[in-house]
Design a protein around this ligand. Sequence first.
Ligand code: ZN
Length: 165
Amino acid sequence: MGIKLYTHVGAYIKATMNTEEYPETKTIGCSSGHGTVPKPHERIDYCPTCGEKLEKSTTVKHRHMSYYDLFKTDEEEKWLDILQWVGGESDDNEHVLLIGNMGTEKFPDCIDLDDDDDEEEVEITPEMATVYVKNFKRTYADIINFITSRVKALEIKFGVVTYYT
Ligand SMILES: [Zn+2]
């Protein structure tokens, strides 16, 4: 969580993330039952008290992938900065929210609110949701296709997203 709260009014992506498996290893202890094994448990193979090999158990856990997990290292340069990841960055989130990061004046996809704290009036007309979503799909067609193939589901919505950065 950052220091400033921003409000995005416009088109955004709500992606439902796949889960991935990861191993979680726990140290059970030595056969002499010396209870206290210093952290991190998983990095210690022998009991610090008696030197006996420690018994361990590994279980397979599941977690949702993050936005960054969608890209291989050599793909990040091309794709990573096109959209801005604005939601679901903490803990284990099923959904990731993404907004545009390339700002187009000709084909707007969000309302340009000033970053200062001045009072402001911006009318939202009934057509804007449709037009802004259409513009968003047009501007970000390539990355939308790319991401869609790697997530469980992807929706393009119009609404308000608040986020810290
Ligand atoms: Zn021991």
